[in-house]
Design a binder for this molecule. Structure first.
Ligand code: FAD
Length: 417
């Protein structure tokens, strides 16, 4: 094996299968790239880099009938912005992530906590089938009826089991979307508490995201804000439900009724060879309770480190109704996803600061049920079991042993054979 990186851009499943066989013949480790936002895509490694961008077709099966879900076939290298644009034209949507350039591949295989997660569940929950190129270079179909163990593992177990060349989703009819943006000045803790209280018995139409990011972060507008997405066109009801947040002093609320595509954030496409953003020290977790103490810790964390991020997204609703054992994703009882971290800026963050950030994060994470792999870094193989229930981790190991006994697909949160 050499230190070379062989980059390949297949345009169909047969070409992907040829590449997997060739990589094994030449003992080249494989990196799979869909949207390119995952850590392994950013960190060039010797071996074969299989870029799936040319597998990006979005096809609606049959006619999209008014008011009915439709099966949609999406190439393994598509990005959510393109999917939303195509489906929106037919009055359909899938609950995806919040950013247009993020890949369907990485997001769905890790779970996918999207903007409509309470209305329709995870991106992975909307999956009804997939075509997979296996470690042996075969092409198989998976669904609840065909290779069901593999299909189960694909919904949360990441890129461990093969290269998905086609995802089959159920897309949902959208009669409309209402969107609220609540820009916060002053005491963010008070606003988060009000948001938490609203979500305790909010209808599933409502999914809420809180973000407080510094100006240097390209992923969202700087400052503290809540964005709320309402799956439906009843704007008046949406306003009523959100009133306890919108009516607070120091909250500037704005309501619109955009197309789903238009609420996805735009972020520059990852550019090969470009300077990487500084690493992130911190972490994430799925929590059942967002209590006052946790909220205070999060607000204090953001205040203590100027280049830090705090992110919360509400769960529950349809997400919580999916039986725990039916997918590999952990913590179906969680009601909030929480992420906090500070950028490790060279020359600004020293060892003492790093230790302080880590200690603060450890206090925050103490109550989490599980870590969400899609926002986890790559350096901690010991952390992987904490991304699943013990039962799911055992089952994932069995599926891995069956479908990838040589660990061909290992540049991921790796499930040991
Ligand atoms: C700006 C931004 C916003 C985000 N927003 C959200 C969000 O709202 N909700 C959320 O849940 N997550 C979100 N994420 C996290 C995101 O889900 C992960 O970063 C995800 O891994 C990105 O997928 P990708 O396809 O773009 O990345 P890639 O780097 O292309 O893929 C990541 C990994 O997934 C596997 N993989 C990808 N495609 C395939 C395939 N077709 N077959 C087999 N394996 C594959 C590979 O192991 C690969 O290393 C966000 C990330 C960023 C950077």
């Amino acid at each position: 094996m050499t230190d070379d990186i062989v980059t390949a851009r297949p345009s169909n499943a047969a070409e992907v299968a040829d590449l997997v066989r060739r990589a094994q013949h030449d003992s080249l480790p494989i990196t799979i790239v869909a949207g390119g936002h995952g850590p392994w895509s950013h960190a060039p490694a010797p071996g074969m880099r299989i870029e799936l961008a040319d597998l990006s077709d979005v096809e609606i099966e049959g006619l999209a009938l008014d008011g009915e879900d439709a099966v949609v076939h999406i190439g393994g290298g598509a990005v959510w912005g393109d999917v939303a644009a195509k489906l929106g034209a037919d009055g359909l949507a899938i609950s995806s992530g919040d950013t247009a350039s993020v890949g369907v591949g990485g997001l769905t295989l890790g779970g996918g906590i999207g903007l409509m997660v309470r209305a329709w569940g995870l991106a992975a929950d909307q999956l009804v089938g997939a075509q997979v190129v296996t470690a042996s270079g075969g092409i198989v179909e998976t669904s609840a009826d065909e290779n069901p163990d593999l299909f189960w593992a694909l919904r949360g177990g990441g890129g461990n089991f093969g290269i998905v060349t086609r995802f089959d989703f159920l897309a949902h009819p959208v009669t409309g979307i209402a969107y609220g943006e609540y820009v916060i000045t002053g005491d963010a803790g008070r606003v988060i508490r009000a948001a938490r209280d609203v979500m305790r018995d909010a209808p599933r139409e409502l999914t809420m995201t809180y973000m407080d990011v510094p100006p240097m972060d390209p992923s969202a507008p700087a400052g503290a804000r809540i964005s709320a997405v309402w799956a439906g066109d009843d704007v008046e009801r949406f306003r009523q439900v959100m009133a306890p947040v919108a009516d607070l002093d120091g909250v500037d609320a704005e309501y619109t009724t955009p197309a789903y595509r238009d609420i996805l954030l735009e972020m520059p496409e990852p550019v090969e060879g470009a300077e990487l953003p500084p690493c992130f020290i911190g972490g994430n977790g799925l929590f059942t309770r967002l209590d006052d103490e946790l909220i205070d810790r999060l607000v204090a964390f953001r205040a203590a480190y100027p280049a830090s991020v705090v992110f919360l997204r509400s769960l529950g609703g349809a997400f919580g109704e999916v039986p725990q054992a039916s997918t590999a994703f952990p913590a179906r009882t969680a009601t909030w996803f929480v992420m906090a971290g500070a950028f490790d800026i060279p020359g600004v963050v020293d060892d003492d600061a790093r230790a302080a950030i880590r200690a603060d994060w450890e206090r925050i994470e103490a109550g989490r049920l599980a870590e969400y792999g899609n926002f986890a870094d790559t350096e901690r193989p010991d952390a992987v079991p904490g991304m699943f229930t013990p039962e799911a981790h055992e089952r994932l190991r069995a599926v891995k042993a069956q479908w990838d006994p040589q660990n061909v697909f290992r540049r991921n949160h790796n499930i040991p054979v």
